[in-house]
Design a protein around this ligand. Structure first.
Ligand code: ADP
Ligand code: MG
Length: 195
């Protein structure tokens, strides 16, 4: 669940990132956020992930008040959120499987990893690509690995900031279908930002 009330963000330069933003997304919803470049979409995404705190207002994600958390609780809150970026952000020195394992180990999971990895690779239609390095995959495939990583720890909410920005329209459509599947199969709340 996401609930943003009257949120305003000022960057150090004085520019307003978002101005008095209100947004509520219930558990299990699929939500598109669209807007022109510079309208504050990435600022909104960073508010959701806790990378930015509002100067005014409140941001609640999955029961956590993101503007009033100590670092331990922030880490806990972030485990309930999966993130996908325009530029994939995979670890290039690791294979697909290693990227996914690493994400699990980061939160202390070391059991039944193989089973979960097979499951998420099947959701993103990348069966058999476990041992590839990111450089051996197309852009669309790399983004699907990034999506697999975002959901591997079963987050309650997935936020994707322009996940199809680097992809052609056909691949973009495939990526959006995968998000729709994730929303349905894993019952994850999904927020996709796109211009
Ligand atoms: P979008 O993702 O919709 O393109 P952003 O959230 O990135 O929009 O930007 C919203 C506004 O905040 C814009 O005016 C942008 O120039 C400004 N902005 C974004 N990031 C920063 C930053 N790190 N420092 C200063 N201004 C920023
Ligand atoms: Mg942006």
């Amino acid at each position: 669940m996401l609930d943003i009330r009257d949120a305003t963000v000022y960057y150090p330069s004085g520019v307003q990132g978002v101005d008095n933003l209100n947004l509520h997304v219930d558990d299990g919803e699929f939500c598109f956020i669209t807007g022109a470049s510079g309208s504050g979409k990435s600022t909104l995404s960073k508010l959701i992930t806790g990378e930015l705190q509002p100067d005014v207002g409140t941001v609640r994600v999955n029961g956590y008040n993101m503007s009033a958390l100590d670092s331990k609780t922030m880490a806990e809150a972030r485990r309930t959120i999966g993130m996908v970026f325009q530029d994939f952000r995979l670890i290039t020195s690791m294979t697909v499987e290693e990227n996914l394992e690493f994400a699990m180990r980061c939160i202390g999971v070391s059991r039944n990893m193989e089973e979960r990895i097979a499951r998420v690779l099947s959701i993103v239609h990348l069966e058999g690509k476990e041992y590839r390095y990111p450089s051996e995959l197309s852009g669309g495939e790399q983004q699907r690995v990034a999506i697999a990583r975002a959901i591997i720890n079963r987050p309650r909410l997935v936020i994707a900031d322009e996940p199809t920005g680097n992809l052609d329209p056909k691949l973009a459509e495939e990526i959006i279908k995968i998000f729709v599947d994730i929303n349905g199969i894993e019952n994850t709340t999904v927020i996709v930002i796109t211009h």
